[in-house]
Design a protein around this ligand. Structure first.
Ligand SMILES: Nc1ncnc2c1ncn2[C@@H]1O[C@H](COP(=O)(O)OP(=O)(O)OP(=O)(O)O)[C@@H](O)[C@H]1O
Ligand SMILES: [Mg+2]
Length: 175
């Protein structure tokens, strides 16, 4: 199997370079959650569903071509949310390695550590943004899931923008 780009605005060559780094394991882990792992790869943040970079993702292992769906789904939800004005990491591409491991290429967020509190003003901004943008998403037919203000579940404080930011759209839907 050859590494290739599945969808997105990055060039085929750029996506293949990222695929090679994943396959070699020369990537640094920056976040884990339920079933995904996020790595720093060059200037990008790259999400893989599975245990280790380069391994077959376990979640979609037996689902044949369906294993292609989830990260493309996140790419599409994230891109569309950005277009309507929701704060998200920029979605650049989805690709797969020569072993068939799918990856989502995003812009890296600089997330405040979840154990580090927000100050009063930051908290106000984060709450306001959350409420407004969840409403905005719903107005446009999205069904937000697995996202909460409490414990900053898939919603964090982005130091780069000084605002709240949504990420992890695997559970989101569209009416
Ligand atoms: N673009 C990004 N830049 C930097 N860090 C990120 C980015 N996206 C996610 N992260 C970090 O990586 C962690 C895991 O990512 P994510 O929440 O998407 O995976 P997950 O919860 O395992 O996914 P899933 O719900 O699809 O199983 C996040 O909690 C966050 O800390
Ligand atoms: Mg998550």
């Amino acid at each position: 199997m050859k590494a290739k780009k599945i969808i997105g605005d990055l060039s085929e060559g750029e996506v293949k370079k990222i695929a090679e780094k994943i396959q070699r394991g020369t990537v640094e882990e920056i976040g884990t959650g339920g079933e995904g792992r996020v790595y720093a790869v060059g200037d990008y943040a790259v999400k893989i569903m599975g245990d280790e970079p380069g391994n077959r993702p376990y979640r979609h292992y037996d689902r044949g071509s369906l294993q292609n769906i989830p990260l493309v789904h996140e790419y599409m939800v994230g891109s569309c949310l950005e277009m309507i004005g929701v704060n998200t990491p920029k979605m650049y591409a989805v690709g797969k390695t020569n072993k068939g491991v799918q990856f989502l290429v995003m812009s890296p967020l600089e997330l405040r550590d979840e154990n580090m509190e927000l100050n009063k003003l930051e908290e106000e901004i984060a709450v306001k943004t959350f409420k407004e943008q969840i409403e905005l998403a719903k107005t446009h037919g999205f069904t937000p899931e697995d996202v909460k203000l409490e414990n900053r579940t898939n919603y964090g404080w982005n130091e780069k923008t000084g605002n709240g930011v949504f990420y992890d759209f695997s559970a989101w839907g569209l009416n």
